[in-house]
Design a binder for this molecule. Structure first.
Ligand code: ZN
Length: 172
């Protein structure tokens, strides 16, 4: 799903872990659950509007992504202190796959178009596996524009929960 969704859930996880576990378990569980949350949340992303490739010629796709990228950036700025640990681990799979492996692969394929290097290092393969095992029964809505409503609902629910938890006051 989108970065803001991962971030809100990550902040929620860190708050709970620091509330209920003592050092060093609060840190260990924050890392573990934040990482796992990305897998679960992404495994569910196919019930939201999530086209596999960018559709820059499609106005709806473009506007939605402008908004959601801006909100994602905002959520990082807002929460990075003090929630950088959970935010980092809740996004590490994307940081690796989309911002490290894919650009590397592009470079290699530029020189050698037949290269298959890197294909097996994609961490979203774990996501696909979880989706097939656990969520195969859910409808596929990746091209349904109304799917953004599901993602927006999740964002609103977690924003409210964080508000109720007094997120801004929480610094351990
Ligand atoms: Zn992802």
């Amino acid at each position: 799903m989108e970065t803001i969704t991962h971030n809100l859930i990550a902040v929620f996880i860190q708050i709970l872990c620091f509330l209920y576990f003592i050092f060093p378990w609060n840190i260990i569980f924050t890392i573990m659950f934040a990482f796992l949350s990305h897998i679960i949340v992404d495994a569910l992303s196919f019930i939201t509007y999530h086209t596999p490739n960018s559709m820059k010629e499609d106005k709806f796709w473009l506007i939605w992504h402008y908004i959601i990228y801006a909100l994602s950036m905002f959520s990082i700025v807002l929460f990075v202190i003090p929630y950088w640990l959970s935010i980092l681990f809740a996004n590490i799979i994307d940081l690796w796959d989309w911002f490290t492996l894919r650009p590397l692969q592009k470079k290699i394929k530029h020189k050698n178009p037949d290269s298959k290097w890197g294909d097996k290092y994609y961490m979203h393969k774990i996501v696909d596996w979880v989706r097939e095992k656990l969520f195969y029964w859910l409808p596929n809505r990746i091209y349904k524009k109304s799917g953004i409503l599901i993602e927006i609902s999740i964002i609103i629910v977690f924003a409210i929960i964080l508000g109720l938890l007094n997120v801004s006051l929480f610094i351990d």
